[in-house]
Design a binder for this molecule. Structure first.
Ligand code: B12
Ligand code: SF4
Ligand code: SF4
Length: 279
């Protein structure tokens, strides 16, 4: 079993799954039926004993809620992280208006995220079928996240806000998929527009090279994401405010119920589909 075989199986699963396509039951417009949500994924592998995992527990990184790969699966050897880029249907549709959220982006946020939970379970099953243990923390009943401090009764430390016990962007960063940015999205070789998933396993896979040294190497600080943000949650001076972004989301939940989403910081920007060129 190789990373190439795993990537090929993942790509085929995503391409062939009916859940990667808009069906009649979910479509907001008849012309959306049959449109794809995700393109082919990018896959990278990290070592479960990389000292970077423990560093993520620092308060300025993810914080003490974060659980290392071995805290999820004691016999873990590798972490497989993948980026599923959004299709043109999702990305282009969210560029048509500065504020209105595209139908594709709404499906991708809600049904598209539920599909990635299924994709994470597929990866677990695929590795198990090859004789290895595997666990996808984000798809596990033990996954926890919190928005505003004190809003999740399952989290003991009421001072924690906007964090989780398995941050997919931080996992992707350690595995070599890309770096953070002014908007706080993670920029990969295929850009920022897409979603992440991962699985922790005892399969001994070759570790990917991290092609960067700094947290924000791929971001040019061009400020396009800040100009796009309808909530004014991003600025070159203060970075990105999760609080302002999250409160804005609450207004969108009412407007697009039962869906929600925004993502204007991830479309129509130089990092949308790749690593932006520095001037
Ligand atoms: C909570 C959450 C939110 C919250 C708060 C965001 C947050 N805190 O990250 C809200 C509701 C605002 C939100 C909004 C959105 N989200 Co969200 N969200 C999450 C969730 C569930 C957990 C994130 C988390 O744990 N963050 C941890 C905190 C600590 O992250 P942070 O503050 O940004 O981290 C900074 C520090 O760590 C700092 N740092 C300082 N010192 C150090 C040292 C080290 C060593 C390191 C590594 C870092 C570090 O650098 C980081 C960046 O500045 C994840 C799913 C998951 N399981 O990961 C999705 C996730 C982050 N969201 C995602 C997306 C797509 C969105 C939206 C676009 C939603 C939409 N469809 O419209 C918006 C985009 C907002 C934005 N500009 O990023 C994607 C990210 C895609 C990407 N390319 O980056 C994720 C990974 C979901 C997924 N399955 O892919 N989200
Ligand atoms: S739009 Fe520009 S400043 Fe914003 S994240 Fe992308 S490269 Fe960085
Ligand atoms: S998701 Fe929307 S509100 Fe949040 S930072 Fe991006 S553009 Fe701003």
């Amino acid at each position: 079993m190789s990373v190439g075989e795993l990537s090929a199986a993942l790509e085929t699963y995503i391409r062939e799954s009916p859940r990667n396509y808009v069906d009649e039951a979910m479509a907001l417009a008849p012309s959306d039926v049959g449109q794809r949500l995700y393109d082919a994924p990018l896959v990278r592998v990290g070592a479960a004993d990389d000292p970077e995992w423990e560093a993520l527990k620092r308060p300025e990184a993810v914080g003490h809620l974060f659980r290392t790969p071995k805290e999820w699966l004691p016999q873990a050897v590798s972490v497989v992280s993948y980026f599923a880029p959004f299709s043109d249907f999702v990305v282009e549709g969210n560029k048509r208006d500065a504020v209105d959220v595209g139908n594709g982006w709404l499906y991708a946020r809600v049904e598209g995220q539920a599909f990635l939970t299924e994709v994470n379970h597929f990866l677990e099953e695929w590795l198990r079928a090859h004789g290895y243990n595997a666990l996808a923390p984000y798809a596990s009943p033990e996954f926890r996240y919190v928005f505003e401090a004190g809003t999740n009764a399952e989290i003991e430390d009421k001072s924690l806000s906007f964090t989780s016990n398995w941050s997919e962007r931080h996992v992707a960063y350690v595995c070599g998929l890309g770096t953070f940015s002014l908007s706080k999205g993670l920029i990969t070789e295929r850009g920022v527009s897409g979603r992440f998933g991962s699985v922790v396993t005892d399969a001994p896979l070759p570790v990917s090279t991290r092609g960067y040294t700094g947290l924000y190497d791929y971001c040019t600080r061009c400020g396009a994401c800040a100009r796009n943000c309808p909530a004014r949650a991003i600025s070159l001076e203060h970075g990105k405010s999760h609080r302002l972004c999250c409160s804005y989301f609450d207004t969108l939940r009412e407007r697009y119920a039962p869906r929600f989403g925004c993502g204007k910081c991830q479309v129509g920007v130089p990092c949308e589909r790749g690593i932006p060129r520095k001037a």
